[in-house]
Design a protein around this ligand. Structure first.
Ligand code: PBG
Length: 331
């Protein structure tokens, strides 16, 4: 008689909205989101990025408006990427070290406007500054050399810290750069400037629209496979993370996001450190374009994906959807 009834009905707790809310395991909030912003020269400029529907490059004044908007929405951190003028790009990416470059001006302007209400994360890599679009210095054979690149990245990081950056995020994948940057920050008195390393950054086909946005796409010859990771590898990602933590990283990043949630999960399980994922430009564009083509409701698609990052173990997510998502969460 009793055999007719299942002993456990998992559907029971799903039956009503109040009960679903009560049993929800994962919560996404605006403070989980880091908003990547593209900076360009000029004043009053909004320059839409064609391959990233809904995303623009802003001049520094507009960036400050976006920063204030972030604070109003409950977003606590923005990530900055410069679109460096053509004439300021060079083989050695020297503009990265200019204390008055676009990046430094944007950092200062945001910190002046928002202070400690908003963290500013800055990308360390040379690709927005090099005439060849690679993240480091090239030898005669076109190979990105490691150690000489690291010494430039160290100077780039210190330059950003001096401008007021709160989190230094090396995205270059050179060996040993986290330790070198940490030591230089300490020696410069920047004891509380954090390092969020792009620890497991893969050589991905999903970065295309970003390279358009910073203007490095057309310049890039070849690929980045000699420093970014092979998408086939997971054990290697754990080694990268282990090293970066030992070298002084405060938090680590996995990038891209959605196709690499297994890496997020393994990193969190193994090391228990703060893990962030970067939902990259190609992932963002696929949602926007897919929704437009009738794949599904844009808002539902993006919120489901962002929630999945948190469920996988992320402390936070870098996403171009940050303002849209924060608005949806506030509604
Ligand atoms: C630069 C950098 C890239 C991204 C973030 N920092 C591009 C690359 O490595 O070629 C990609 C972000 C995105 O696609 O949204 N080193």
């Amino acid at each position: 008689m009793t055999a007719r009834y299942p002993a456990t009905r998992l559907r029971r707790t799903r039956a009503t909205a109040w009960s679903r809310a009560l049993h929800r395991e994962t919560v996404l909030t605006p403070s989980d989101l880091i908003w990547p912003l593209f900076v360009t020269d000029g004043k009053g400029v909004e320059d839409p990025v064609a391959s990233l529907p809904g995303v623009s490059r802003w001049s520094v004044d507009g960036i400050v408006d976006r920063a204030r908007e972030a604070v109003d929405l409950g977003i606590r951190c923005v990530a900055l990427f410069p679109n460096t003028q053509e004439g300021k790009r060079s083989d050695d990416g020297a503009e990265a070290l200019n204390p008055d470059n676009l990046m430094c001006r944007a950092i200062k302007a945001i910190k002046d406007a928002c202070g400690d209400d908003l963290g500013v994360l800055t990308d360390v890599a040379l690709d927005p500054y090099t005439s060849h679009g690679q993240d480091g210095l090239l030898d005669d054979a076109g190979y990105v050399v490691n150690d000489d690149t690291v010494s430039v990245l160290v100077d780039q990081a210190v330059n950003q810290a001096q401008a007021g950056a709160d989190i230094i995020a090396p995205s270059d994948m050179m060996d040993g750069r986290v330790h070198a940057i940490r030591m230089a920050l300490e020696m410069g008195g920047h004891h509380n400037v954090q390092i969020m390393s792009y620890a497991a950054k893969y050589a991905s086909a999903f970065y295309g629209p970003f390279r358009d946005a910073v203007g490095s796409g057309g310049l890039l010859k070849g690929d980045k496979k000699s420093y970014q990771m092979d998408p086939a590898n997971a054990e290697e990602a754990l080694r990268e993370v282990e090293l970066d933590i030992a070298e002084g990283a405060d938090s680590v990043m996995v990038k891209p996001g959605l196709a690499y949630l297994d890496i997020v999960w393994r990193v969190k399980e193994r090391f228990g450190v703060p893990v962030f994922a970067y939902q990259v430009s190609g992932e963002y564009a696929l949602i926007e374009i897919g929704a437009r083509e009738g794949v599904g409701d844009r808002d539902a698609l993006l919120m489901e994906k962002l929630l999945a990052f948190k469920r996988a173990g992320c402390s936070g997510i870098l996403t171009y959807h940050a303002p849209v998502a924060a608005r949806l969460l506030g509604a």
